[in-house]
Design a protein around this ligand. Sequence first.
Ligand code: HEM
Ligand SMILES: [Ca+2]
Ligand SMILES: [Ca+2]
Length: 305
Amino acid sequence: QLNSTFYATTCPNVSTIVRNAVQQALQSDARIGASLIRLHFHDCFVDGCDASILLDNSATIQSEKDAAPNTNSTRGFDVVDNIKTAVENSCPGVVSCADILALASESSVSLSGGPSWSVLLGRRDSTTANQGGANTSIPSPVEGLSSITSKFSAVGLNITDLVALSGAHTFGRAQCRTFINRLYNFNGTGNPDPTLNTTYLATLQQTCPQGGSGTTLANLDLTTQDSFDNNYFSNLQTNEGLLQSDQELFSTNGSATISIVNSFSSNQNTFFQTFAQSMINMGNISPLTGSSGEIRADCKKVNGS
Ligand code: HEM
Ligand SMILES: [Ca+2]
Ligand SMILES: [Ca+2]
């Protein structure tokens, strides 16, 4: 029941306001677009796209920010607050934080060279957070393709959505601790992951030495780190996916995901169109609408708290 004209009379310029704020943030932080779209993903997978991820700890809120997939990892909350302030200055009390995450995701992708799409709007903001849900519903990079597929399926997303949305790893960074399992002792074998390109392996071992800092960053896309393009998929074909969950899309024998990777690698337009549709699908995960939830005044807090 979301629609693209939800704010046509109440905040007609909301898309432009968000886009300008994201563009400004990109000028001092080339990574911020990647960080913003990831917030939308981690929001939508936990009780739907309701901005639950943005709530800080309080007497009644156990923040999702402290859940394992998010802690010392998700970023961009300050930029979300800046966007919200800019939107409130033009249209006070009208635009939800959940819709701001959806709009900021589209701006992040299109400003980085990726597709544009018409964002569906009308989500409202939760009055609760679900830290336990964030721990269980957000996929881990090491849990295996079948388990990740189940987590997508649990929110109504199929294998095409999984491959297309994983293509968001065409930009942004990952910490050594999220892929070091592949570099030295994969699954207790005493050897690296055999599906890791040996030249790329050597580079990653230099970036992430054994016993080194787990928080050192590597580019998710070794070829075009800040551009939204289909190189992520050609990287998988050359065994240069960074996370185990990335490479498994192409290297799992017999998996239906392989032909989808090949198709996105050979045709960027196909990837872009499918990605846009899959973002709409993800953005439709159980939104609060009508009189459910609220329009938060401050994305970090439930109103009146
Ligand atoms: C398919 C399952 C997925 C897994 C297992 C996964 C896992 C991860 C991990 C481990 C990181 C690095 C975090 C860190 O080191 O702090 C990451 C980063 C990122 N993820 Fe995913 N992800 C998945 C799907 C998605 C989806 C669906 C999107 C968006 C549509 C997305 C967008 C991103 C972006 C853009 C980054 C970089 C963020 C930054 O640089 O701040 N991921 N992901
Ligand atoms: Ca949520
Ligand atoms: Ca790229």
